[in-house]
Design a protein around this ligand. Structure first.
Ligand SMILES: C=C(O[C@H]1C=C[C@H](C(=O)CCC(=O)O)[C@@H](C(=O)O)[C@@H]1O)C(=O)O
Length: 269
């Protein structure tokens, strides 16, 4: 289905019955990344899958200021309102986790429980954010100059995704296909508008979260395990799961184990 929020046409798919669960994919991804999870648990949850702005079948505006975290969070609020959903659980992966946390900080009244997979609350200092904005700007420039295929060739090879090299070929090809289905405009806009250096820092807000939060990181993803360790100290009601045998994209690398821990957390009243 298509839902329009502030002139952006979002591609949204609903599947399953039960507790509403909003699923937010990562940078260069699409809602297709959740197919394994949805297939296994559609009898327990009403899955709301969204292609984020600039991704998948959702619009990719040319004005990168339309991609800000705050505007993307407002879009998610508008989508939930359009669907008549007053409160939902959220599961966000990486960029989708940063957006899920941003949504939860801005619109806490809509959040039942929050699962953050390999995600951060942003960067602590303006100096870090400035440096990151410049590196994301250079990546965006590369995408615009050389195209998506060149960028994905580079992106899938960064150290953060090292563990994905040992995935079965069919899984690697599926990830590649999803990444290649995105546009230069959308990926560049996402980096420029809602990159890690462009979003607000939520570090000082973590202590205010009142709903249950589960952080999930892969044991081989040192960077995001370090971030999760810091986050857990600041969040009142917070579990942190370190998943053996996984790197950054846990829901792809160890999908069965990931689905089990998420489902246990979401049904643990
Ligand atoms: C490389 C870093 O940051 C990027 C890595 C992960 C985020 C993401 O969504 C990747 C999803 C994927 O390709 O599977 C991405 C983001 O949050 O936008 C970051 O730019 C890093 O070292 O922080």
């Amino acid at each position: 289905m298509k839902i329009i929020s502030n002139s952006v046409e979002y591609h949204v798919e609903l599947k399953g019955e039960g507790k509403p669960l909003l699923l937010l994919h990562g940078f260069t991804g699409s809602l297709e990344t959740w197919s394994s999870l949805v297939q296994k648990y559609e009898s327990r949850y009403q899955f709301i899958m969204v292609d984020l702005i600039g991704h998948g079948k959702t619009d990719s505006p040319h004005d990168y200021t339309r991609y800000t975290t705050e505007k993307a969070a407002e879009d998610l609020k508008n989508i939930l309102e359009t669907l008549g959903i007053k409160k939902a659980c959220l599961l966000g992966y990486s960029l989708g986790g940063r957006l899920a946390l941003s949504f939860a900080c801005i619109y806490p009244e809509y959040v039942d429980r929050l699962v953050l997979e390999s995600a951060s609350p942003g960067l602590l200092t303006e100096k870090e954010r400035k440096i990151r904005r410049e590196s994301d700007r250079q990546l965006a420039e590369r995408i615009t100059r050389n195209g998506v295929a060149d960028f994905i060739e580079y992106w899938q090879g960064i150290p953060l995704f090292k563990t994905q090299q040992s995935l079965p070929e069919d899984k690697r090809q599926e990830m590649r296909r999803q990444r290649l289905s995105n546009s230069e405009t959308g990926l560049a806009g996402s980096l420029l508008g809602m990159g890690t250096g462009s979003q607000p820092s939520w570090w000082d807000h973590l202590q205010n979260l009142q709903f249950p939060v589960m952080l999930v990181t892969g044991e081989f993803d040192e960077k995001f395990c370090t971030i999760a360790r810091q986050m857990q100290k600041l969040i009142n009601n917070c579990e942190w799961k370190i998943i053996k045998g996984a790197g950054h994209a846990i829901h792809v690398e160890v999908d069965e184990k990931f689905g089990k821990i998420v489902s246990e957390f979401l049904t643990n009243d």
